[in-house]
Design a protein around this ligand. Structure first.
Ligand SMILES: [Mg+2]
Ligand SMILES: [Zn+2]
Length: 192
């Protein structure tokens, strides 16, 4: 694979970043609640030809709450909701395991991002991971991408002082994905 084909990407956590953070898990397509401003942000990355790749922990599969087939239908529903904003996800990477499985893909481990980067020729050092929890920040940092914490999901503004966040500071904090677009574009769009 030649050097010219390597490109930056925007990696996104799913729950709390693209759709509203569920209390526990999104177990059925009809439970998905899209964050409209996030859809608009994704459409901007799409328009610039920057790959948008979801990297999401879904331990509900390991817990038997839903199946891989359900997860696939949830992804399809998300694409359908995004299409109303001319937005789309280019690839989905899910960790279906639980802590006890000892896999290498459950965030805060970087396995999902590393696999996605290999399979899509992504230049990690010019890429960014946007998440709503400390696990996302640690996974991104371990994978060698820049990290953005959004406050549209798990972490609320008053939780920024928590030891977990103090120990794992992101490169940037934004209210939501839409609010992070300019910062992200400076990084991924300046390099070509
Ligand atoms: Mg999340
Ligand atoms: Zn895993």
């Amino acid at each position: 694979m030649s050097e010219e084909t390597v490109r930056p990407a925007v990696f996104l956590d799913r729950d709390g970043v693209i759709n509203e953070d569920p209390v526990e898990f999104v177990t059925r397509p009809e439970e998905l609640q899209l964050l409209p401003a996030s859809a608009q942000a994704i459409a901007r990355f799409n328009a610039l030809g920057v790959p948008v790749i979801v990297c999401s922990n879904q331990s509900g599969v390991a817990k038997g709450l839903y199946t891989l087939e359900d997860l696939q239908r949830i992804s399809e529903r998300l694409q359908e909701l995004l299409s109303e904003y001319n937005a789309r996800i280019d690839a989905f990477y899910y960790c279906p395991h639980d802590d006890s499985d000892g896999c290498d893909c459950r965030k805060p481990k970087p396995g999902l991002l590393l696999r996605a980067a290999r399979e899509h020729c992504i230049a990690l050092e010019r890429s960014v991971f946007v998440g709503d929890s400390w696990r996302d920040i640690v996974a991104g940092r371990s994978a060698g991408v820049k990290t953005v914490l959004v406050l549209s999901g798990h972490v609320k503004p008053e939780m920024l002082d928590s030891p977990e966040m103090q120990n794992h500071p992101p490169d940037h904090v934004a209210p939501d994905l839409h609010g992070a677009v300019e910062w992200i574009l400076r990084l991924v769009d300046s390099s070509e």
